[in-house]
Design a protein. Structure first.
Length: 468
């Protein structure tokens, strides 16, 4: 009996899709659909993620409440959430130049192909007629052309993808998800005939047999939750599993005062360490951090909390203000003058500035010490964002614009004597913060980031359990 059980378990492991074991699952039910789909098309590029050429059983489940897993023949997976069924295919402009063969240009050298009189004529050829297109990896292209067939077999493809073959005359089309090779090409098995009206257009939205994909339930970012980097696109068929997403549970929420979110909003080093909010209990890979603009309630950013805990506050070795000497800073107005290497005088609210090479979206620690005879000294950038609003001390802020000058500003007529000025990038948050991921178990970044997201503003947050 023990041997039978052992063999049974081994069989399950061998037959099951590999990545469903290797990765944490969304909160889902048992599969509500599974099967092989032939001819399914995939747009894999971020911002325009969808499937097409599926079937009515799949599109009926595209209601925002179901996840889809797509497996190639090697059990490599794509995963996302089915947001909505498609309505009609829409296309961008053609990527092909001189697709009507008005001249013998832009199609490279071509043996046994003749371009003349507005067509490309193949004469019993096995050679390529091809053009390199300017495209983005992962987009879905629809290519169309007219072919007048006189003999042999014409093949057409995007280089290094499976070919479509033609032995009859008429208007033809084929779809391909674009990879690193971006040549549309025509060649053959002793093909003879005339080619005309070649186009290749990005498919922007799916037909009624497709569905849009988002990276999270209730998401608005049209990305895949997970993409195996070696996934085989343009396969003849795929094995598809669809599950109902059981739900999400908000387990904590609160507000973060302006300047206290402590966020690096770059993709490569995304993290958050809000002052007064301990995220360490959620560093399990099972939670998402949602950030809202407090004043409007608009969702500004989402990121999955990594199961890898931050190692503790760490700063860059480089001090961007190293060797500072304010005699080479610029006067903000006629109301200020520099008296020596560390002192400036303002006759009204005014200041001095210098570009110290700070980079947009990175979090910095500012340490300023000294004395001011009246009012207070504030550190800002040239957009007016204040990173040190309360005179001297140690503060933090996410820099707004790359190479925007650092501005030391007096709130009133005063003499300011700077004794310490240190600016370092925060490379790792405190252990109570969180490293943020663009998908569960995925790479660093954000699931969603609003174009107006301001990490220094007053924010509200929710901790959402999304993984079981």
């Amino acid at each position: 009996m023990k041997k039978i059980i052992t063999y049974f378990l081994l069989a399950l492991l061998i037959l099951a899709p590999v990545e469903s074991f290797a990765r944490t699952r969304l909160l889902t039910s048992s599969p509500v659909y599974k099967g092989t789909i032939t001819g399914m098309r995939i747009s894999a590029v971020d911002g325009t993620a969808f499937i097409d050429g599926a079937n009515a059983s799949v599109t009926a489940l595209a209601d925002g409440n179901h996840s889809i897993e797509i497996y190639d023949s090697s059990n490599r997976m794509l995963k996302g959430c089915l947001k909505a069924a498609g309505t009609s295919e829409t296309l961008d402009g053609t990527k092909v130049a001189n697709g009507t063969f008005d001249s013998d240009t832009l199609w490279g050298s071509h043996v046994n192909w003749t371009i003349a009189d507005g067509v490309a004529t193949a004469a019993n050829t096995n050679s390529n007629l091809q053009q390199t297109l300017v495209t983005t990896d992962g987009i879905l292209l629809k290519s169309t052309f007219d072919w007048t067939h006189t003999g042999g077999v014409l093949s057409a493809d995007m280089e290094s993808t499976p070919a479509s073959t033609y032995t009859t005359s008429g208007a033809k089309e084929f779809y391909r998800t674009v990879g690193t090779n971006k040549k549309i090409r025509f060649y053959g098995g002793s093909a003879s005939g005339a080619l005309d009206n070649v186009t290749s257009k990005q498919v922007l939205t799916p037909s009624a047999l497709g569905a849009t994909i988002v990276s999270a339930k209730a998401g608005e970012t049209y990305n895949w939750t997970y993409k195996n980097p070696n996934f085989t696109y343009n396969a003849a068929s795929y094995y598809v599993v669809i599950k109902k997403i059981v739900g999400e549970v908000t387990v904590a929420s609160g507000d973060i005062t302006a300047g206290n979110a402590l966020i690096d909003s770059t993709t490569a080093n995304a993290f958050a360490a809000p002052v007064g909010v301990d995220l360490s209990a959620y560093q399990t890979g099972k939670y998402r951090l949602d950030l809202y603009q407090t004043s409007t309630g608009v969702l500004w950013a989402q990121g999955f909390i990594s199961a890898t805990a931050p190692s503790g506050l760490a700063l860059s070795a480089t001090d961007l203000a190293s060797g500072w000497n304010i005699t080479n800073w610029t006067l903000g107005s006629g109301n200020v003058s520099i008296t020596d290497a560390d002192t400036y005088v303002s006759t009204a609210g005014a200041g001095i500035y210098k570009n110290l090479g700070l980079v947009s979206q990175r979090l910095y620690q500012f340490v300023i010490a000294g004395t001011v005879s009246a009012g207070f000294c504030r550190l800002l950038d040239f957009d007016g964002t204040s990173y040190n609003p309360n005179a001297f001390g140690t503060t933090y802020g996410t820099w707004k614009t790359t190479n925007r000058p650092v501005y030391l500003y007096n709130s009133a007529a005063a003499t300011t004597d700077i004794t310490t000025l240190q600016i370092k990038q925060v490379t790792m948050p405190a252990a109570t913060g969180a490293l943020l991921l663009s998908s569960y178990g995925g790479s660093r970044g954000f699931v969603f980031k609003h174009a107006s997201f301001d990490p220094n503003a007053a924010l509200s947050y929710k901790i959402v359990k999304v993984i079981d």
